[in-house]
Design a protein around this ligand. Sequence first.
Ligand code: SF4
Ligand code: SF4
Ligand code: SF4
Length: 254
Amino acid sequence: MSTKLKVSVYKLSSCAGCQLEFLNLEPVLLDLVGAIEFSYFPMARRRYEPGPYDIGFVEGAVTCGEEIERLKKARQECRILVALGSCACYGGLPSIKNWTPERVIVSRVYENSSLIHSIKAYGIDEYVQVDAYLKGCPVNKDELVEFIKGTLLGIRPRLRPHSVCVECKLNEYECISVIKREPCMGPVTTAGCGALCPSRGKACDGCRGPANDANAESLARTFSEYGLHRSDIVRRFRKFAGLTQEFSRGADAV
Ligand code: SF4
Ligand code: SF4
Ligand code: SF4
């Protein structure tokens, strides 16, 4: 009998960018080939082996009843269930639609909306228990590798409660907010990406969701002082994780 970890990868409503990060790990995965096997990964393999699986990665937000059923089945099949990327963690980009009536959204895309049974977009823990969250849009490759290796060794992944600003300072990047007065979400966004956007001279968009103790109200007021219109501020807090309490407070503060 195989002693390899059996891994499955599921897709709900998403752009498949987080699964692509898996495929981009190819050199690392080749190192791990003796230790894990992708038993169910439709994007990468035509054949699959039935569950149960040791780890199941779920990409995407839940946006229809059929996905709720698929998600519950995935939960039953997997010993460890992981939310892969911000869509699965928080609803992500699909959740932008939650603040517009469903019929308006559907009619913008489909001529015949009678066949569409879309619901509000949620992260997967709205419906099932989740064992681990890998945040980011897309998910961070180093965190993904760290998680897989940690699971193989029976080690809990590191928690990163601090904000992107801490990573920015540690790397000695110029603060875009201070120098250019650009609205950067770094002070309230959870770390783990190595301050990727500020490293390229761009403000953080908040794709990894809220950091612990995020003072989103204060940041929203700062954006207001920078001259941002209320609708722009709200849009920033609702882009990736608008359903979280922390970012909701930011959107409601102005
Ligand atoms: S988190 Fe971003 S990259 Fe990943 S599936 Fe969602 S939209 Fe795509
Ligand atoms: S650029 Fe953004 S993330 Fe970096 S220190 Fe300034 S506010 Fe924080
Ligand atoms: S800097 Fe912000 S938007 Fe950019 S990858 Fe990191 S968390 Fe996401």
